[in-house]
Design a protein around this ligand. Structure first.
Ligand code: CO
Ligand code: CO
Length: 303
């Protein structure tokens, strides 16, 4: 998998029992503390393996660092990445660094997945409930940080969520036999949802009131502090989305807000909901049922 479908990682079957998952991701700093930046970049790189139902086991660093960057800052970025990988049970076995004006960091990640348990963007089925595992609003919050308009409490909250591994969310998706899923990153909630709706040949029905948001997100959205990517995402998939008239402009834009290391979005069989909620609590994994999958096309957002 990986050449023709828009999935989160490439998959290579080794045997009937085992396939290897390969992915990479890296980006410029989203926060101004080096350790947290490393940790978020690593959680984000690992996320694509979890999004496909896999378990990561090995990683390599990819870094581009400015010549003049003090050594203690570069080592904090790498330490943040290495400790997040260790939390995931993943070994970072080296990597490669080049010089560049703006820092960039991420991981190449290898994981294993059972060939029958792969989660893909094309696996949603009518009747599934849509489960989201992290709140939205990372893009507006980190943009407010860059523009120095942010409340520090909101930064701390965003960092906590962005550095959170999608390991237990992925574990839940696998245990409950999800077949359709992805992680919410640069295309925003609706961009990734639109990809899944199209790849699965279904329509998605989202209830806005069920969507979790970071505490500062609505406020920054009302002040229009969106990253450029939010408008690109809107242009890209707006034709597929019908908003109820009660969903105002800031609310619509929050659904297009690009996320860094966002949560998983996957389909859950409705009859499993009660057991699923209990298991999520056991794993201490927050989950929100934000809508459902039906036949048809496109995405409808209701209050
Ligand atoms: Co992804
Ligand atoms: Co990715």
């Amino acid at each position: 998998m990986g050449l023709s479908s828009p999935d989160d990682a490439a998959i290579w079957r080794l045997s009937d029992e085992q396939a290897i998952v390969v992915t990479t991701d890296f980006f410029t700093p989203v926060v101004d503390t080096p350790y947290e930046y490393g940790s978020i970049a690593a959680a984000n790189s690992l996320s694509d393996v979890y999004a496909m139902g896999g378990r990561p086991f090995l990683a390599l660093n990819i870094a581009a660092l400015p010549d003049h960057l003090p050594a203690e800052i570069s080592s904090e970025i790498l330490r943040g990445g290495a400790e997040k990988a260790r939390e995931a049970g993943v070994v970072v076995a080296g990597g490669h660094t080049v010089k560049d004006k703006e820092p960039k960091f991420g991981l190449v990640v290898l994981g294993f997945v059972h060939p029958q348990k792969i989660i893909s963007k094309s696996g949603l089925k009518p009747g599934d409930l849509l489960v989201l595992t992290k709140p939205l609003g990372g893009g507006v919050t980190t943009t407010a940080l860059k523009q120095e308009k942010v409340d520090e409490v909101h930064v701390a909250e965003a960092i906590e969520w962005m550095s959170r591994l999608n390991r237990d969310a992925g574990q839940l998706a696998v245990e409950f036999d999800a077949r359709g899923g992805t992680d919410i990153t640069g295309f925003g909630f609706l961009g990734h949802a639109a990809e899944m709706a199209e790849a699965s040949g279904v329509s998605l029905h989202v209830e806005y009131s069920k969507i979790p948001l970071l505490s500062g997100a609505r406020g920054y959205a009302e002040r229009g502090i969106f990253p450029g990517g939010a408008f690109d995402n809107k242009a890209f998939c707006e034709a597929m989305v019908t908003f109820d008239e009660a969903i105002d402009e800031p609310a619509q834009m929050l659904l297009f807000d690009p996320q860094t290391s966002g949560g998983l979005l996957f389909g859950l069989k409705r009859e499993k909901l009660d057991v699923f909620m209990k298991r999520a609590e056991e794993l201490n994994q927050p989950v929100w049922v934000v809508g459902e999958v039906r036949t048809g096309k496109g995405i409808e957002v209701k209050p």
